[in-house]
Design a protein around this ligand. Structure first.
Ligand SMILES: [Zn+2]
Length: 194
């Protein structure tokens, strides 16, 4: 009986995270419609059990200092270097060693800020408006000792000269919390969120 209850509970928890993740992605997409604010990125973190899923969206200006399509060799190299740095997620977003976390997947792309085809916002695109581009990264991390994920320290602001602020959304089976990491306070307290 007790076993059945616990199985049901964990099935419910899985269901909750399955529902929460697409909602999170949708919310992020909505926030990013229209010009983003240079200096400000968003980091969404979803934690369930030993698994951490993260999504970073950051203006190209913050990461490489420009948003037009890289045309010179130097610009192309800067984009590739930035993508490699961002792919090394546990060096950009450091978790406690005791948590024994490792990267399962890391995908980084540099994309034009455009509306999805067919969305009603298409009409808002005016010819000649300044183009924006963003870096978009998604990560899956697993941790051997998730209870030790009590905080995060980021090298984002030292790695990327244009970044000033990251708006952070943390989703767990307990609910959602919001926080900010900044150049002055590049840390995130995660005690009690699990
Ligand atoms: Zn921009």
């Amino acid at each position: 009986m007790a076993k059945a209850t616990s199985t049901a509970k964990s099935a419910l928890a899985s269901l909750a995270i399955l529902v929460a993740l697409p909602a999170l992605a949708e919310e992020a997409a909505h926030r990013q419609l229209g010009p983003h604010v240079h200096g400000q990125g968003t980091l969404d973190i979803a934690i369930e059990g030993n698994k951490i899923e993260m999504e970073l969206i950051a203006p190209g200006m913050d990461i490489v200092g420009f948003e037009h399509v890289a045309s010179t060799d130097d610009q192309k190299a800067a984009v590739e270097k930035a993508k490699a740095k961002l792919a090394d997620v546990l060096n950009v977003f450091k978790l406690p060693d005791a948590a024994k976390c490792k990267t399962e997947t890391a995908n980084v792309e540099n994309r034009k800020e455009t509306h999805q085809p067919g969305e009603k916002d298409d009409d808002d695109d005016k010819p000649g408006e300044p183009q924006h581009s963003e870096f978009h990264a998604t990560y899956t991390i697993t941790c051997g000792a998730p209870d030790s994920v009590t905080g995060m320290e980021t090298a984002y602001f030292t790695d990327f000269a244009g970044g000033q602020l990251l708006n952070v959304n943390v989703t767990t089976t307990k609910g959602q919390t919001q926080a900010q990491m900044t150049r002055a306070k590049p840390t995130l307290d995660l005690t009690g969120v699990m």
